[in-house]
Ligand binder design. Structure first.
Ligand code: ADP
Ligand code: MG
Ligand code: ZN
Length: 609
């Protein structure tokens, strides 16, 4: 838009300059006067005229006193015929020097051609600039086929290495092998070993897949070509494939190197699945990747690393030997890893003396590396906004809650009644969580609203767990239902505040029945086949593989599990009325309770037997 206005102003300026030149030329003489032809005739008859110059249709008469008179005639008519027709005395005319001048090039041009040419020039120029604009995008369209892979210099001082990746020990161990391949290929070739071509990094979002791939290149000190799966898929069909080709061409030129295809599931989805039009293009792109991977020689030392968080949707052709046959799983970090990741990211941040990263790690079970990096960053922002010189523990805790639940909303106006209900509701969650031995211990209770939650109770497991027993799930359901149960018990009616609790409890109960085979009546099998269909975005489609009769049973079982949880919660709430009231009183007074304050009220958590 700005460019258009600029061009327009440019035209205007050119136009005015030309107009100015034009007018300067046309009124060229000093004191010439435009007169009618009869004035000229009478001038000649009175012998006032000394000279007449004819140039084209223009007649310039120089008078005896030096004045000039300009008049015009039809260009084709001869001057002498014209004058004699008008009754000029031929004798007088003989005294006058008459010269016929060719119209000067410029004059002719300006007078006769420019008026026609100028609009043409302006229109032409306009089109030219327009075309140039279009061509700009056109040439961009032409370069669509080029890969936009980012290169990076292997001898960069700030390159990412394994030091920047905390935890992920197994993954690093496996990738060290790749580093060796790249650094000492001869060692392997001499023994006839084939260097793997493709490594697939699998892991949830934010677990550091991109970071790891980069660090492999950094460790091996080889160039790193980075491209994201979605970059291959463009507006035009065929662009993806040609980008793949150009990416590998570039890579071959700078081998040994690493080609990194991030989010490969964007192109590498199982072919022929899904609805909608765009997957033709994806298929072509994927085929091209396969062709390229088959194409380069084992001696070329190009290793393709791809990352995805959806290995389940990948095309089997990608996974067969000779392609991405190495698979490296990257798990969510465990307690120790989380502490290490925090340490890596705290390197350049001044931390207060009271900060114990271990405590932060304890509270962030299930967080990914990216989440942890985000927490440190949020804490730094909080500290900076308060004008602090270093990040203290409170900033970090606040950041965790902000990331987990949403920002605090202190200004949200709640009535005393609502506050009281929230206090009972959260106290219920906390109480039940505390007194159920296999529920996670409570870290914090708050009735300050945050994000969309009116209040919240934070729990964290003592240790990272990968397996859960049925009784734990029932306890979990009990804790989820506790808020609802307390409201019913105390106010004898429930509010909408428990909606999301109920939904979570229900879906957990459903998983127990349909996914975990924990229902005694329905037996050890799963129900329903989850299948992803891509149609207008992402959609999980569940296919029923059971009868109507079983569906009824499943519903019964779900209700049964919910009832078990509810009963558990109700029993604790009825037994521990005193503690409940004490927690509520403390909450109404202080709004938030930390772990030690809470423990003082309720006593030690009963041990799991
Ligand atoms: P992914 O590609 O798996 O989604 P990224 O590699 O993009 O995740 O990670 C995002 C960010 O999270 C990284 O830039 C890094 O700051 C941080 N991060 C993730 N995992 C780790 C880790 N193991 N050690 C250090 N930082 C990590
Ligand atoms: Mg990534
Ligand atoms: Zn709740």
């Amino acid at each position: 838009m700005k460019k258009l206005i600029r061009n327009f102003l440019l035209f205007l300026a050119i136009f005015f300059i030309i107009a100015a030149i034009f007018s300067a030329f046309s009124s060229n003489s000093v004191n010439s006067e435009t007169v009618g032809i009869e004035t000229l005739v009478s001038g000649i008859n009175q012998a006032n005229v000394s000279e007449i110059i004819v140039s084209g249709d223009k007649i310039t008469a120089t008078l005896k006193d030096g004045k000039q008179e300009v008049t015009r005639k039809e260009p084709t008519e001869s001057l002498t015929t014209l004058l004699s027709n008008l009754g000029v005395d031929p004798a007088k005319l003989a005294d006058i020097k008459i010269s016929i001048k060719d119209e000067s090039g410029w004059d002719y041009f300006l007078v006769n051609i420019l008026p026609f040419l100028l609009p043409l020039i302006i229109i032409g120029a306009f089109f030219f600039f327009m075309m140039r604009g279009v061509q700009g995008s056109n040439s961009r369209a032409m370069s669509f086929g080029q890969s936009t892979a980012k290169d990076f210099k292997p001898d960069d001082k700030n390159r990412t290495t394994f030091k920047d990746v905390a935890g992920a020990k197994e993954a690093k161990e496996e990738l060290k092998e790749i580093v060796e391949f790249l650094r000492f290929p001869k060692k392997f070739h001499e023994l006839g070993a084939k260097i793997p071509r493709g490594v697939l990094l699998l892991g949830s979002p934010g677990t550091g897949k991109t970071l790891l791939a980069r660090s492999v290149a950094g460790e091996a000190q080889v160039p790193f070509f980075h491209m994201s799966g979605s970059e291959f898929v463009e507006m035009f069909v065929g662009v993806g494939a040609s980008r793949v080709r150009s990416l590998f061409e570039k890579a071959k030129k700078s081998a040994p190197c690493i080609v990194f295809i991030d989010e490969i599931d964007a192109v590498g989805r199982r072919r022929g699945s899904g609805l909608g039009g765009s997957h033709d293009e994806r298929e072509q792109t994927l085929n091209q990747i396969l062709v390229e991977m088959d194409g380069f020689e084992a001696t070329q030392n190009i290793i393709v690393i791809a990352a995805t968080n959806r290995p389940d949707v990948l095309d089997p052709a990608l996974l067969r030997p000779g392609r991405f046959d190495r698979r490296v799983m990257i798990d969510l970090p465990d307690l120790k890893d989380r502490e290490d990741i925090l340490l890596v990211h705290a390197r350049k941040k001044p931390l207060g003396a009271n900060v114990e990263l271990k405590k932060i790690a304890e509270r962030t079970s299930g967080f990914s590396g990216a989440d942890l990096a985000n927490i440190l960053n949020e804490a730094a922002i909080l500290a900076a906004r308060q004008g602090k010189k270093e990040i203290v523990n409170e900033d970090l805790f606040e950041a965790i809650e902000k990331v987990m639940i949403g920002p605090e909303r202190k200004s949200r106006i709640i009535t005393d009644k609502e506050k009281k209900i929230t206090a009972y509701h959260e106290a219920g969650h906390a109480l039940v969580a505390h007194f159920l031995p296999d529920a996670d211990p409570v870290h914090k209770i708050s009735i300050i609203s945050r994000g969309s939650a009116g209040g919240y109770t934070l729990k964290a497991p003592l240790e990272d767990r990968h397996m859960h027993a049925k009784s734990e799930f029932i306890s979990e359901i009990a804790v989820l239902l506790a808020g609802h149960t307390v409201e019913k018990e105390i106010f004898s009616e429930v509010t909408t505040g428990a909606t999301s609790d109920l939904r979570r409890a229900t879906s957990l109960a459903r998983s127990l029945v349909t996914d975990y085979g924990m229902s005694d009546h329905l037996g050890p099998r799963t129900y329903g086949q989850k299948e992803e269909m891509i149609f207008l975005g992402r959609e999980i489609h569940e296919q029923r593989d059971y009868s109507e009769k079983v569906a009824e049973k499943i519903d019964e079982e779900i209700s049964g599990f919910i009832k078990q949880g509810f009963d558990k919660a109700e029993k604790i709430i009825r037994d521990k009325k005193q503690e409940l009231e004490a927690i509520v009183a403390a909450l109404l007074e202080k709004e938030t309770l930390e772990k030690d304050e809470f423990d003082k009220i309720v006593g030690p958590k009963p041990a799991n037997v």
